[in-house]
Ligand binder design. Sequence first.
Ligand code: NDP
Length: 448
Amino acid sequence: MTTAKAYIQATFETLKARNGHEAEFLQAAEEFLSTLEPVFEQHPEYIEENILARITEPERVISFRVPWVDREGKVQVNRGYRVQFNSAVGPYKGGLRFHPTVNQSILKFLGFEQIFKNVLTGLPIGGGKGGSDFDPKGKTDAEVMRFCQSFMTELQKYIGPSQDVPAGDIGVGGREIGYLYGQYKRLNQFDAGVLTGKPLGFGGSLIRPEATGYGLVYYTQEMLKANGESFAGKKVVVSGSGNVAQYALQKATELGATVISVSDSNGYVIDENGIDFDLLQDIKEKRRARLTEYAAEKPTATYHEGSVWTYAEKYDIALPCATQNEIDGAAAKRLVAQGVFCVSEGANMPSDLEAIAVYKENGVYYGPAKAANAGGVAVSALEMSQNSLRLSWTREEVDTRLQGIMTNIFNTAKTTAEKYDLGKDYLAGANIAAFENVADAMIAQGIV
Ligand code: NDP
């Protein structure tokens, strides 16, 4: 009989042979597979059904040309994608990323993570992800609109409210979702539920912009509480300064923490008095400007080039909210030496495999992305429900549901880790709980 370990190894070898050039996807798969041995030991039926080979292969990957005309009248061509990874639990759901680094590997890693994140919310949604190597930075509104219209002209063939429901991610906020939705509506019958993260005026949900950041802090609060800790009086470093970072900073501050930093891809700001949420939002959302402006306008703040994870002073909690692989093994060791006892992920896969090993060796409370940042997709699913019901729930109602979902996700990760004798390994707990749910749904639906 194949042992659990041999099965996982053989599956990973095949994955590497088939997807050798997809480093980010292989990293996400390795992180996930490395935690599943206890499940296969207890449930050989998953090996007999060869679930790993099936779950690591997307149901479909769509790639397409996106031609558009820039402000000088020149024709530009970008590449668009949609990865429809797994629909065992429900329609594909996952954001669109517009960033020059986007490629198939990055979208496959994000789509793969999304399967398990979505099932952890307890809502009936499958996993997908999409995007383009288009860079909205420095473009005019009209250029962004023309790009979004061209992108949606092709994407609309593959999505629908009961089929595949995209949302935002890096580079895709309310403005982009508005243009994408306008073009979808022009080409199809009206159906608000085809995209989430819509502005409030046409089917958006209250708390959706805040959901990932708030959800991250709610999850982290539960993890801290379970270990006799809280945010009150703690020094926190947040990376990134976009959607997730802004609202994580706001909620952590509300709970009594001092968030001393935010960052972007050029550098970071330190303000020991706590980052000013209103000024940050004004600079990032209204002016679409850089963090250097924050430091220029705030006498207590200083600006530094490079990664915020090189900041050398003591603090307590790290909330990475920028992008994948921001924290490597060396940075993780520095964090531990600086006194950081909790790392909770707003971004997707911000810690590389070595960093995760460092957290584990040092007993750092670790909130893995697929559990800790599931608040965004959870409220997206609530937006879909409101669209179907033709109702809008109040801010309090959505926020209460979000808190309930994040508490459940933490409890699921914790109790599953305990059930398998894995102590405080919340990563393994979340992975195993999510895997079992998706695998059972796949088995029940036959070989499809
Ligand atoms: P935004 O586009 O709003 O902000 C992204 C932030 O990250 C910016 O500050 C950006 O800086 C920084 N950043 C992007 N790429 C890099 C890079 N290569 N190096 C350093 N900094 C970088 O995106 P979001 O806040 O929506 O997303 C942030 C993370 O959260 C992503 O990993 C995303 O997948 C994840 N996430 C988002 C969800 C959502 O609901 N929006 C849901 C779940 C996860 P700059 O301006 O210089 O590019």
